[in-house]
Design a protein around this ligand. Structure first.
Ligand SMILES: Cc1cc2nc3c(=O)[nH]c(=O)nc-3n(C[C@H](O)[C@H](O)[C@H](O)COP(=O)(O)O)c2cc1C
Length: 222
């Protein structure tokens, strides 16, 4: 697979074949590739927890229950801007409304929206869940490194025929997730991720998000 094909062909997958498993060896081999991502002074600020079986089910149960009870939880770090404004709010709406439109989810119908969003906590049916954490005394530079690591992992997965969906949806429930991972207090949850084989028949997996053209964000200076 060409690097450009791995990048442009990646999309967030939100329906997986639950019966097609991914071994710990496979995950470790992908992580070994991703760990070649650069990081300032090569400090490699990542910790990764791989969950399956009972542990994964316990996380699903805890997060789904909180979500369905209307407990919004609280982010430990600000993933999104505190005050939404254009052009970002518009792009966000385009993504959300596009997905809901495709699936026939009525935005005004709370049960319908919840029914869609709760699938995050079911790892969209994936056989494996991953949780990425960082030591809380690491600075913004390490978060920059982390993004490279995450993308490298998702691209390495594609080469192996696997797909993924990065998930910040777990972050508000870090106080449920981190103890279930046995993660120490010094660590902070960066995000979760679903990993597995894409369900080729799922409508949701046909959703492709647009991108700006380079001319719209590039400034050339002579
Ligand atoms: C760090 C990160 C967290 C994300 N969190 C979620 C999430 O919780 N749930 C979800 O369905 N998608 C999540 N996404 C997927 C984004 O919505 C998606 O990447 C974006 O809409 C672009 O679409 P694409 O990945 O298909 O190219 C996340 C993506 C990233 C990079």
């Amino acid at each position: 697979m060409r690097v450009s094909d791995a990048i442009t062909g990646r999309q967030s997958i939100r329906a997986f074949l639950s019966d097609k498993t991914v071994s710990d060896e496979q995950v470790a081999s992908l992580l070994n590739v991703a760990a070649r991502a650069p990081s300032g002074s090569n400090i490699q600020p990542w910790h990764v927890y791989v969950v399956r079986g009972e542990r994964k089910a316990a996380i699903t149960e805890a997060c789904s229950a909180r979500f369905l009870n209307g407990d919004e939880g609280a982010y430990e770090y600000h993933y999104y801007p505190r005050a939404w404004r254009e052009p970002y709010i518009g792009r966000r709406r385009q993504t959300g409304f596009g997905l809901y439109g495709l699936l026939g989810v009525d935005r005004q119908d709370v049960a319908s929206v919840q029914g869609y969003r709760v699938q995050n906590y079911q790892f969209f049916g994936a056989p494996v869940g991953l949780f990425f954490t960082i030591d809380r005394d690491m600075e913004q530079g390490s978060w920059l490194d982390y993004g490279m690591f995450l993308q490298s992992f998702m691209l390495a997965a594609r080469e192996a025929g696997l797909e993924s969906c990065a998930q910040a949806a777990f972050c508000p429930y870090h106080d449920s997730v981190m103890p279930l991972l046995g993660a120490p207090d010094e660590q902070m949850l960066v995000c979760g991720m679903s990993l597995g084989y894409a369900d080729p028949n799922a409508l949701i997996n046909t959703y492709r998000t647009p991108r700006l053209d380079a001319r719209d964000f590039m400034t050339v200076l002579d």
